[in-house]
Design a protein around this ligand. Structure first.
Ligand code: F6P
Length: 464
């Protein structure tokens, strides 16, 4: 079998694997891809060190080899906190108001991509498939080509691709896209993000684009751009539900909420997740239906993320303020409407919490996919399922809700919309809950992370 070389910013090295909620869906997804195919997962160790030789730490665990490098403090600041998370992340999530444009961090981003290429190129053998992940590493393919790597190299973008009118605000936008066109295959989460990318190629680069086939012909090269909606690791997640840890979590949740309906949100503490807007929606619900304060308890699990970046510090403060305001105004001695928790939990515990919550509230302002939405549904009891309230701006809405049969879709910017959806979910009859669950569960089970990996790798193999 062809070996797979996965390259991403973060690598879940065995001893550092933490709570799933804190880690994000990507880490789990890549790990299972490697278990199936063999090969190496290369990336940043998450550690800072000034080691000029950039030595590689190799580890082997349960059939997966990880290879990581440390980065100097300046690189972490300019590449990770800077260009990746203060420029590309906000811009790609349509947040021009939060996007910083600093030449210096752009240089740091290019420098780290070069470091990655220097370190990983010697590990690549001629028949390996190389699969690069996410916005941190867009120029990596081009750097590998410059090192003489002629392998098939694919790239998958886990976050949205912004509309052309927003994207062109990025200085050197053309340079970035040109590097992307050095890959053989570019994957997007949804047709919408792929469409925006093709639009840019056609309008700004004058490339020849075949929308249907997803081919881009540019300066003598041909690149394929396709949609691959990422899925969850269904079998693994179901197995978590059978663990004692999951049953305990389920029981803890039920006994602490008793006759009240639990509504849950689980998100990294990130402004793209729409958390303050969500709290506003819940506040609106309590304003409009004060008699139902005793019916509902909202549990927001929000592990802190990217804490060195100012916009993340700001969002945390804002959220604490809003949650405190609503709890101050609406609590009784025996009722606290919002439980706000700044920590991650294991997948098993999350399964139990999801199972015990009759409403899942997933309302990002913009999201590449959102695997929490899929995990929430996957954890439900088919005979008495909860209701998923989902933002129409999450990539997952293309599969779970746009036809109106699955999730209850909301505009996450509208507190009234969120309030209406909560009321609808609270009072939804069992028949409708079951019908909505049935409309979603097949794609969540079948279009899982293994299928996603198989499809991407098969298409990458078939290029050239
Ligand atoms: O989904 C986007 C993403 O950047 C993933 O690549 C990552 O695993 C997750 O968000 C968490 O972000 P970070 O690695 O910055 O903590």
């Amino acid at each position: 079998m062809t070996r797979l070389i996965i390259i991403s910013n973060r690598v879940a090295v065995p001893k550092a694997r933490g709570a799933a909620g804190a880690q994000g869906g990507l880490a789990g997804a890549l790990n299972s891809a490697l278990k199936d195919n063999g090969g190496i997962w290369f990336g940043w160790s998450g550690q800072e060190s000034e080691d000029p030789a950039g030595s590689i730490n190799l580890q082997r665990h349960e059939g997966v080899t990880t290879a990581t490098i440390d980065l100097p403090a300046r690189d972490v600041e300019e590449y990770y906190n800077g260009y990746a998370n203060s420029t590309l992340w906000p811009l790609f999530h349509y947040r021009l108001d939060l996007t910083e444009y600093e030449r210096e961090t752009g240089r740091g981003y290019e420098r780290v991509n070069q470091r990655f290429a220097d370190a990983v190129a010697p590990l690549i053998e001629p028949d390996d498939l190389v699969w690069v992940h996410d916005y941190h590493l867009i120029p990596l393919g081009e750097r590998l080509r410059a090192q003489g790597v002629n392998n098939r190299i694919g790239f998958f973008l886990h976050i949205p691709w912004p509309p052309t009118r927003l994207f062109v605000s990025l200085p050197f936008h053309e340079r970035l896209v040109r590097t992307l066109l050095e890959y053989d295959l570019i994957g997007f989460q949804t047709d919408e993000w792929r469409g925006s990318f093709l639009h840019y190629c056609s309008k700004e680069l004058n490339a020849e684009v075949d929308e249907e086939a997803g081919t881009i012909s540019f300066e003598g090269r041909s690149v394929i751009a396709r949609t691959y909606p990422i899925g969850i690791d269904w079998d693994h997640f179901q197995a978590q539900g059978n663990r004692g840890e999951s049953r305990n979590a389920h029981q803890r949740l039920l006994s602490s909420t008793r006759e009240r309906t639990a509504m849950i949100g689980v998100d990294r503490l990130d402004y793209s997740k729409g958390l303050p807007e969500r709290i506003d929606g819940i506040g609106r619900f309590f304003d409009q239906h004060p008699e139902r304060v005793r019916d509902l308890v909202f549990i927001q699990i929000a592990p802190p993320s990217r804490e060195d970046v100012k916009s993340y510090q700001d969002i945390r403060m804002m959220l604490e303020q809003k949650t405190g305001q609503i709890n101050g105004a609406r609590s009784e001695v025996d009722v606290v409407p919002i439980r706000y928790v700044n920590r991650g939990y294991s997948h098993a515990e999350l399964f139990g919490f999801f199972r015990g919550s009759k409403i899942g509230l997933v309302t990002p302002l913009r999201d590449g996919m959102n695997l929490v939405a899929k995990e929430y549904v996957a954890a439900q009891d088919p005979n008495d399922p909860g209701v998923l309230i989902l933002s129409r701006f999450a990539g997952a809405a293309e599969q779970l809700g746009l036809d109106g049969t699955g999730a209850v879709l909301v505009n996450p910017y509208s507190p009234d919309d969120i309030s209406d959806a909560i009321l609808q979910a609270l009072d939804m009859p069992l028949d409708e809950r079951k019908a909505r669950y049935e409309a979603m569960i097949a794609t969540i089970r079948d279009d899982n992370v293994q299928a996603w990996t198989r499809c991407f790798c098969a298409d990458l193999t078939a290029t050239r």
